[in-house]
Structure formats: structure tokens, C-alpha cells
Design a protein around this ligand. Sequence first.
Ligand SMILES: Cc1ncc(COP(=O)(O)O)c(C=O)c1O
Length: 396
Amino acid sequence: MSAAFRQRELREQFPIVTAHPESAYLDSAATSQKPRAVLEAVQTYLTTSNANAGRGAYPWANRTTELVEGTRDRVKEFLGDPGPDHSTVHFTSGTTEGLRTVARDWLVPYLNDGDEILVPFADHRANLDPWVEAQRLLAARGIRVHLRGLPYQAVSGDYDHRALGDLVGPRTRFVAATHVHHVYGGDMNVHRIRAAVGPDVPICLDAAQSVGHLSVDLADPGLDVDFVVFSGHKAMALPGSGAVWARNARGPALRPAGWQGTPNTVGIVSLRAALDWLDMAGPDRIADWTAGLTTRLTDRLRHLAPYEILGCPTSLAADSVLPATQRRHGIVTFRHQDIPSDDLGFILYSHGLMVRADSLCQAGAGEKDGSVRVSLHVYNTVEEIDRLLTVLASLA
Ligand SMILES: Cc1ncc(COP(=O)(O)O)c(C=O)c1O
């Protein structure tokens, strides 16, 4: 009851949500809505100290430089970085650019002929294309690098860590993994990846669907990774914002190549305000709230005959006995046996329900698999889930 009360208070802080009570935004895995604190921080910055960072000898420029540099420290603090003096934060436009930066500017110079890297073949293509591109760049220089697929297990909705252990050898130099799957919502149990690959192999984590949704705490020995890459815009900040955190312990420090140009100061200001807001709301409480809504949705949906929920069937079993890591984190993708996804998306929208229809950017998947994705955040309510279920049941 108190959690529900607190959630209402948090929901009230999203102007777009409260302005459209007839609608339910169920597409937060694509991008999140923005709380008032973020909008106000941006407005305050633009109306009091807008300037370029590091390029002027006047207060607005100095203030902008402080904001940018201070946000690097804020990202480290938000992620619970246990070694902030040795890590780096690099701002990007989002996860896609962040992963590309790690691939191009860190991985390519790091690899040698005959090395192997493990990459996810069934995750978001933003976490596959950069590694393929790195392989291609190296091949053009006569350096052959082998890409191995991180084995994925549909039943558990997680990587197959035993098979992963069998793939690891003396030439394994790098692993790219995902924290929370963008189609199935499963937690990919990073500690088991570390256990499988051993203590020396750098791991790069695509945290696009975890930062802002659940606690991502680098002080936790279970999250022993070397890069955390995320999109600010999926975590309450403005579009065009994101960051790469790099531990700089296994291998060289991350040094993005080339002239970086003017940073996205407004995006960075919004990211700082977003991280403050998320800490105030509490990532664990957000995760609990969306987990509760997810269970409510899947518990009903799995009994509606024409629907098939995609991925990790074990997460649909008796929820009370499931460890938190096997629950879906606010993402449920499903299809109707007769209604194509575009039509289903359109029908749902005619009831004010905004979902993602098809084209989920999954590596290896066709453009159209008939699926619809519902993805939740802290502003979503039990009533919205029930409205969705009522419409879905009427189509059964
Ligand atoms: C798991 C995952 N990785 C990467 C991305 C790409 O993020 P962006 O479009 O912000 O670069 C997404 C976006 O949906 C995602 O879900």
C-alpha cells in the first residue's frame, strides 16, 4: 500500500504522463519519459549558464565545464564505482555509440592475431554490429580475430553459462554481454559470466535496459565488469545522452580517439538531473514496482489462449519461488496467433495503449516476427496493466 502511494507521488512528477490520463505509455524500453526535475534542470541551465565547456574564461563557460566534469563523477557515484580515481566516463549519444566507441577505440588496438572474442548473437544488434565491425577493421590490417557467439538458452532466458565455460580458451580476450535483455526482459546474471570466463577477461556490459530500471552497483563483487554502457534517454534523461563507464584495470585505459568536439551539454545536464532523480526514487523500489506489474501482466496473459509470451518460460512459473534475477524486468514481448503485430499495436493504440510493435532490433531476428512489446517504468500503474489485459482479453 505504501509502495503504491509512493509510486503515485513519483508518477505525478512526469508532466507528459499526467497530461494524458487517457493514454498509457508502455514503451519505456525504447525511451523513458522525463520527470519535471530533469526538464527544469535543462531549462535552468539554458536560461542561466548556457555556454561551451572548457572554452571560455567567463562564468557561464566555467559553470558548463564544471557541470560536464561533475557529471562524470556523478555517473561513477551512481554506479557505485569502487575505484573512481582509476575509471573513466565518456559521454555518448547512447548505447549504440558507446559500444561502438569501446569497439573502435579500445578493442581494436587491444587485440592480436588469433585472439577470440565472445559476443551476443541474440541480443540487441547495437551489441553485435560494433564487434563485427572491429573484426573487419582488424582483418583489413591482416589481423584475424574470431567471433564466438555467447550461447543463449531460450528456456531460462539467460546465457548458457556452462556452454560458455566450454568456449573460453587461452585466446579469449574479451566478452560483450547484455545486462537485461531488451525483448525478453531477463537478467543475464553477469556474475555467472565472470565465473565462466575467469578473472582476467574484460567484460563489456550493455546496460541499456538496466540503468534506471534496477540497481546497477559496481561495488557488488557480482558485477565485476570493465565497461558499463548505457543510454541516458532510457534512464529519464534527454534523447542524445548516454555514457560509457570504463574501469581501466584489465587492459589499457579507454581513450576515445580523435577530436571530440563540443559535448552535448544539455544532454549531460539532463543526465545528471536524471541520476539524482533516480537515486531519490530508489532503483530497487523501481525494480520492485515494475516486477510487480510484470507479474500481474504475465500471470493473466499466459492463460489467454491466442497469446504466446516470447522467451524465458521459466520466468512464467510460480513467481514466488523465482530468484529476482530470473524475473522479467518490466519487459514482456508476446504475439497473438491471428492478429499481425502492426494491427495489434494499432488496436491497442485505439485504446490509448502505446506499445512497440515488431522490429525490436534483435540481432539475427527478421524485421517482422509478429510480436508486440510492453515495457514498463515507475510511472506505469496497476490500472494501466488491467486496461491492457481487458483489451487483450477482448481479442482472445
Ligand atoms: C539492450 C539494448 N542495447 C542497445 C540499445 C541501443 O540504444 P540507443 O538507441 O540508445 O543507442 C537498445 C535500445 O533499445 C537496447 O535495448
